[in-house]
Design a protein around this ligand. Structure first.
Ligand SMILES: NC(=O)c1ccc[n+]([C@@H]2O[C@H](COP(=O)([O-])OP(=O)(O)OC[C@H]3O[C@@H](n4cnc5c(N)ncnc54)[C@H](O)[C@@H]3O)[C@@H](O)[C@H]2O)c1
Length: 253
């Protein structure tokens, strides 16, 4: 098992990629603290993954707020005794163009950039005590390509890529590796919701994206979770500051 005896925090773990990651981490031997704002879904997710065996626990937290980030890290150490892996995955999807207001910018950056930075700083303080650790940020193809009317989201994901590189440099002396995954289209609740608003089926969404990708479908959350597992585990021991694109070929053309 790739994460035997490791302890991980996954943010945004009630749904989608975060949930699939928490599930896979437990299968690979980790104990996982699952942080999210969605209490009902988060509690249910932790129960289904292994709360009863002490392998998973849910904690309500808005990771855009610094004191709540501290609470998550403190609770992780109190519950599981240590912290080896942080997955910054939560996102607030403010999908706007240049019409975005100051409030829009604050909402998206607070969760998707400030929160990733707070969590990384607080997690690193605990990882130093045990001689190191790994941080995996969930970025996106949107970190590196332009998409129509996505100024807020793509700017936030571009920031995640640079946050990853700079934190990797600053934390390398502490034996803490920091990497990011850059998924393409993944079939999760946010994509499903936007498809429903546009009255599109999953097949129609895949058809619209087809010219952008070599693999002409949406990914399953678990396909992204495997790449997060790789970057979280010792198998990626020489990777730091790296983006791993899991995008069906989107950024290869
Ligand atoms: N779905 C895609 O196509 C896709 C593509 C590239 C990158 N991503 C990235 O993957 C990550 C996960 O997205 P997803 O597609 O699984 O979406 P999702 O909506 O299924 O999951 C996001 C989770 O984050 C939680 N969350 C939102 N705000 C929060 C906050 N302030 N504090 C704590 N939790 C919060 C939500 O409750 C939800 O459980 C995001 O960073 C997203 O930008 C998604």
């Amino acid at each position: 098992m790739r994460l035997s005896d490791r302890v991980a925090i996954v943010t945004g773990a009630a749904h989608g990629i975060g949930l699939a990651t928490a599930q896979l981490f437990v299968e690979e031997g980790a104990r996982v603290l699952m942080a999210d704002i969605d209490v009902a879904a988060g509690e249910e997710a932790a129960r289904s993954i292994g709360a009863q065996q002490g392998k998973a626990r849910f904690i309500e937290a808005n990771v855009g707020k610094e004191p709540e980030c501290k609470h998550v890290v403190d609770e992780c150490v109190r519950t599981f005794g240590r912290l080896d892996v942080l997955v910054n995955n939560a996102a607030c999807f403010v999908l706007k163009g240049l019409e975005a207001t100051r409030e829009d910018w604050i909402r998206i950056m607070e969760v998707g950039v400030f929160g990733y930075s707070y969590m990384t700083r607080m997690a690193a303080a605990e990882m130093r005590k045990i001689g190191g650790g790994t941080v995996v940020n969930v970025a996106s193809v949107s970190s590196v390509v332009a998409q129509p009317n996505f100024v807020t989201y793509n700017a936030s994901k571009g920031a995640v890529l640079q946050l990853t590189r700079c934190a990797a440099m600053d934390l390398a002396p502490d034996n803490i590796r920091v990497n990011c995954v850059c998924p393409g289209l993944v079939w999760t609740s946010i994509v499903e919701r936007r498809a429903a608003e546009a009255r599109l089926t999953r097949e129609e969404v895949a058809r619209d994206w087809a010219p952008l990708q070599f693999i002409k479908r949406a990914a399953e959350p678990r396909e992204i979770a495997y790449s997060i597992l790789f970057l979280a585990s010792d198998e990626s021991s020489f990777c730091t500051g790296s983006p791993l694109f899991v995008d069906g070929g989107h950024t290869a053309q």
